[in-house]
Design a protein around this ligand. Structure first.
Ligand code: DAH
Length: 352
């Protein structure tokens, strides 16, 4: 028995072509298929449940026993050849599709530009200010925006009837806490948690119940400073803040200390700056409140610490508070505070 015999085996006459012819037909149709859909039709025609190859499988059952293995082997070969040809042709279609898709891309076109973001002007000036203080050895401290009335006022020697405590000026929460009206609260938080010496700055937000206009906002930003050590004097306060302001506004700027009143410092000052560099021109601009820490503040801290760590006979210190939004306005010549929070890219891009 040889292969020719088996391939021409035809039990039922015309309907089922011999296996060799079947393979030839299938391969020719696979090569001739124009697309994946045509190819699928070919697959169904030959390998589908009632396809020619499957019919041969049925037919096998009625073959004489001796012929079964020979025909079976050939049938497997034919099935494998058709399957492989189908796979190869499918792959060919896919590759062609991909390269057609790639051809439609013009790689010489310029790419989509990605715009670079910039730091917000307030962040820029905050970073500069923090950098100057850090060079003088100040560490960063922080405290919560939502504060107790005690941290915001009592501990800072502010009388119960002080106008700042008025509900017209301060945001009170239903539970009696407040949105801190200044960052001076961080002075208290720092001294509560650590004994002297202290040298910290605390940048952060503060809130007041102001009517919003070109120079007032309900939320603004301050940098608080606190320096406590043995023998700290007004000379240290002046030297530190003059150096800071000259670094920020230029070496030729003039700095002036005016006597003022704050409950938590004695003596207290306001600082004005005049500089050619400033867009405000040749006039004095108020930039900072400061003073020597009031002994009553130290005593109040000692009370909650339950010790005498801040003995006013031994330790002295200075404190200051800088309004950053105001500084940014005069440094950059911004006429309206509301621009800082307006999220207008035309404005923000000018500080790139
Ligand atoms: N807390 C004051 C304010 O918001 C600013 C200030 C003044 C802070 C004097 C200080 C200081 O630390 O010593 O107006």
């Amino acid at each position: 028995m040889n292969r020719d015999v088996s391939t021409s085996l035809d039990m039922t006459g015309e309907e089922t072509p011999p296996l060799e012819k079947l393979r030839g037909d299938a391969l020719a149709q696979i090569t001739g298929a124009a697309d994946e859909r045509a190819l699928e039709e070919v697959r169904v025609r030959f390998l589908g449940r009632s396809g020619s190859v499957s019919e041969w499988g049925e037919k096998m059952k009625s073959l004489p026993k001796a012929e079964k293995p020979i025909v079976g082997k050939l049938l497997n070969e034919v099935r494998r050849a058709i399957t492989e040809a189908l796979d190869a042709r499918t792959q060919e279609f896919r590759t062609n599709q991909e390269s057609a898709a790639l051809e439609s891309i013009d790689i010489s076109l310029p790419g989509t530009p990605h715009e670079r973001g910039t730091l917000h002007p307030l962040t820029q000036i905050l970073d500069r200010a923090i950098g100057i203080f850090r060079r003088m050895g100040f560490a960063l401290a922080e405290g919560p925006d939502v504060e107790t009335e005690w941290h915001c006022f009592d501990a800072l020697n502010t009388a119960p009837d002080h106008p700042a405590r008025n509900e017209q000026d301060t945001f009170f929460l239903p539970d009696g806490r407040v949105l801190r009206t200044h960052t001076s609260t961080v002075q208290i938080r720092t001294m509560e948690s650590a004994p002297p010496p202290i040298r910290v700055i605390a940048p952060g937000a503060a809130f007041r119940r102001d009517e919003v206009d070109a120079t007032h906002s309900a939320q603004f930003h301050q940098i608080e400073g606190l320096y406590v050590d043995e023998g700290v004097s007004v000379a240290d306060l002046k030297g530190t803040l003059e150096f800071f302001l000259r670094e920020l506004f230029g070496a030729d700027s003039q700095v002036r200390f005016r006597p003022h009143y704050f409950p938590f410092t004695e003596p207290s000052f306001e600082i004005d700056v005049k500089s050619k560099a400033l867009k405000g021109g040749e006039k004095w601009l108020e930039v900072c409140g400061c003073g020597m820490v009031h002994p009553a503040v130290f005593e109040e801290v000692n009370k909650v610490r339950k010790d005498q760590a801040y003995d006013p006979e031994k330790w002295s210190g200075f404190a200051f508070g800088l309004g950053m939004d105001r500084l940014a306005m005069i440094l950059f010549g911004v006429p309206d505070l509301r621009l800082f929070a307006g999220n207008d890219l035309r404005f923000l891009k000018q500080f790139a």
